[in-house]
Design a protein around this ligand. Structure first.
Ligand code: GUN
Length: 335
């Protein structure tokens, strides 16, 4: 249920937070928080139940995660992916080639994984070191095991409305909207960011759900004139707090896919002034995470995904779902 109240719904005396006649606390405008962690937990529970059914038929879906070198953020993500496999009953294998690995060695590794019967999904964590030809590598992954949805065959299938393995974050964004019962068809959706991993596939999936989709990017002139038209605003451009209050249509749904680390005190103050809990955590850790949307702008929305705890948790949940789906498709089972 949306907690959005337009100021027109309330008498003038009620334009500030207080108690209504029935005792309920109201605000002039109160955005609904879309709890990504709860939605991800729901999806993971469904995946776990499906894995149990498959295991009972002698099929244990398996994921190979390839982590090259020592990028700290990648290490955290990949370990979390492997741990989630274990928690849901999937087989997983972590492969860690050294930072100095060549394209040829990586191609040989992918070939071995493509041929393995116990591996249904292959994930090559990005970014890769500069000497490795990432495009060539992602094309070498069998499209049937491409649980990241990065292979041109899957991109093409998605684009043409055929069954495809789609990029996990984009799938997660659609799941958040659907499971929160937010309408997509006929809505003006504006995607800010055009990456192959998030922006482009999210735009394609929104279009497949019959939204009217606009894609904006770093060269878009007068970005606010587009974002203000958005009923669904997806921010996925990797620029901290780029979307400000006046760029959001009141009552819109904001999906913030940004994950930007903030270490600078003045920058922290610009984004989080007055947020005592954040400040305490920031002082303790020396950093915090901000999305692509200024936190104050969330309050302009009807609903929004927080950072952290919004889109982030969905990425791993959808990777698990894609691995199970790949396992079923490869064996000709309905998926
Ligand atoms: N690096 C950042 N996001 C992703 C992702 O979704 N998949 C892979 N393989 N690498 C990433």
């Amino acid at each position: 249920m949306s907690l959005f109240y337009s100021s027109l719904d309330l008498p003038p005396a009620s334009r500030f937070p207080g108690l209504s006649s029935n005792g309920a606390i109201y605000h002039e405008r109160m955005a609904r928080v879309l709890d990504g962690a709860a939605i991800a937990a729901e999806i993971k529970a469904e995946v776990k139940a499906e894995v149990e059914r498959l295991v009972a038929q002698g099929i244990r879906p398996g994921l190979a995660a390839v982590l090259v070198g020592n990028v700290p953020a990648s290490e955290i993500y990949v370990r979390s992916k492997v741990k989630t496999c274990e928690a849901l009953g999937l087989f997983s294998e972590l492969i860690t080639p050294p930072e100095t690995v060549t394209t040829k060695e990586m191609l040989a590794l992918i070939e071995r994984l493509n041929a393995r019967e116990d591996i249904d999904g292959i994930l090559v964590q990005l970014p890769l070191p500069p000497q490795v030809n990432a495009k060539q590598l992602l094309e070498a992954v069998s499209p049937d095991k491409d649980v990241d949805g990065f292979h041109p065959v899957n991109v093409g299938r998605l684009q043409t409305g055929q069954p495809a393995l789609a990029p996990c974050t984009a799938e997660g964004i659609i799941e958040i909207l659907k499971r929160s019962r937010l309408p997509i068809a006929g809505q003006n959706a504006v995607v800010v960011g055009r990456s192959d991993i998030v922006g482009k596939p999210t735009a394609i999936l929104l279009l497949a759900e019959n939204a009217t989709v606009t894609v904006c990017h770093s060269k878009t002139r007068d970005l606010g004139s587009f974002t203000r038209q958005a009923d669904i605003l997806v921010a996925a451009i990797g620029k901290p707090a780029l979307i400000t209050v006046e760029m959001v249509k009141p009552g819109a749904t904001i999906v913030d896919a940004g994950i930007n680390r903030v270490t600078d005190r003045a920058q922290f103050q610009r984004y989080f002034a007055g947020n005592e809990r954040r400040e305490e955590a920031f002082l303790q850790k020396g950093s915090t995470i901000v999305g692509d949307v200024l936190p104050a702008a969330y309050e302009q929305a009807g609903a929004y995904t927080p950072v952290p705890g919004g889109v982030g948790p969905l990425t791993i949940a959808m990777l698990m779902a894609n691995t199970v789906r790949a396992a079923k498709l490869r064996r000709g089972l309905p998926a």
